[in-house]
Ligand binder design. Structure first.
Ligand code: ATP
Ligand code: FE2
Length: 322
């Protein structure tokens, strides 16, 4: 069975095609803000402009007639961006007379991670721009066991990078700077129960730079502190739920230092550490196509009339039938 998935929640307009055996095609076009962070309307405009070109690229590898199901990212995400992906998906489904599936974006990050790594029943650390959550399956739902109380870790790193006048996305720039950090500077470490918070930490880091601290040292200390918070909560969830696999997903998962810290934690507990290839960490259409395929096979299609986007869609809302 062949599935096409459209991802358009935020910065990327990406289309992927998969079948049960693997990824057949993946193409995308990233929106890069001229200044500042992501402007939802500008990003949506970008998605609308590139949609045709990205689809044509995918259709060079697979013929539209061969598709069995059309899937789109239903949320969470930015309303104007979500609307473009949903509209394109509905148009294709109607034209080809194929079933339509609306996919939860967070669930898609987790499911493609499991698919690509073979992780069976992991505690997932999902870290991206807008989201930071510790997720595990309980019965027929994924549950969030810990999450950010304010901004996502990716947005925190992007905000810090912007303060240093580095371009968006800032995460990879901060990682580069941190590699040359020599001195750890103590920073506010905020874990409350199973939740964490990054906004005070970022303000603290920005103030240190303003006061003349070496930016490499501040970037290094920011990463060490924020990642230690994430690793601590992930480890506590693994202990509490008695799970021996950890899966890292989401755009920030590309960070080598975060991967290293989780790997060490897993080694200490005799647990397995899993991370999908970088290409599938950040937002991509293949994760929507794959999760939508699972949903379609389990009777979770949606009528076009009912296929509304949901900017606040939570992973717990989806019944996991597989
Ligand atoms: P979501 O809707 O799931 O929140 P998103 O729109 O934030 O997704 P992703 O592609 O999942 O998109 O994540 C993007 C984030 O990942 C950005 O904040 C970016 O700075 C961050 N990022 C990318 N590479 C790295 C890296 N090497 N180190 C740290 N952060 C990174
Ligand atoms: Fe994402």
């Amino acid at each position: 069975m062949i599935s096409l998935g459209i991802e358009s929640t935020a910065w990327n307009f990406s289309v992927g095609v998969v079948d049960e055996d693997g990824v057949i095609a993946l193409a995308g076009d990233a929106y890069r803000p001229k200044e500042g962070g992501i402007h939802p309307r500008e990003a949506a405009q970008h998605h609308a402009e590139v949609a045709g070109k990205v689809l044509r690229k995918v259709f060079e590898k697979v013929s539209p007639e061969d598709l069995d199901v059309i899937c789109f990212s239903q949320g969470p995400g930015m309303g104007p961006c979500l609307r473009i992906g949903a509209t394109v998906a509905r148009a294709i489904a109607l034209k080809l007379k194929k079933p339509l599936v609306g996919v939860n974006h967070c669930l898609a990050h987790v499911e493609i991670g499991r698919w690509m790594t073979g992780a069976r029943d992991p505690v997932a650390l999902y870290v991206s721009g807008g989201n930071s959550q510790v997720i595990a399956r309980k019965g027929n739902r994924y549950r969030v066991f810990g999450e950010t109380l304010d901004i996502g870790i990716g947005n925190a790193l992007d905000k810090f990078a912007r303060h240093l006048t580095l371009p968006h996305p800032g995460g990879p720039r901060v990682e580069e700077l941190a590699r040359n950090g020599k001195r750890y500077i103590e920073m506010p470490y905020v874990v409350k129960g199973m939740d964490f918070s990054f906004s005070g930490l970022v303000t603290y880091a920005m103030n240190l730079v303003d006061r003349g601290e070496r930016r490499e040292d501040v970037a290094f200390s920011l990463q060490e502190t924020a990642f230690a918070m994430l690793v601590e909560v992930t480890e506590r969830a693994m202990a509490y739920l008695e799970k021996d696999e950890c899966l890292l997903v989401g755009g920030v998962g590309a960070n080598s230092r975060l991967q290293e810290m989780l790997r060490i934690m897993c080694e200490d507990r005799n647990a397995e550490f899993h991370a999908p290839p970088r290409e599938y960490m950040g937002d991509n259409g293949a994760m929507i196509a794959y999760t939508g395929l699972l949903m379609h096979r389990h009777g979770m299609d949606v009528d076009v009339e009912e296929s509304h986007i949901n900017p606040d869609f939570r992973i717990e809302e989806v019944e996991v039938r597989w």
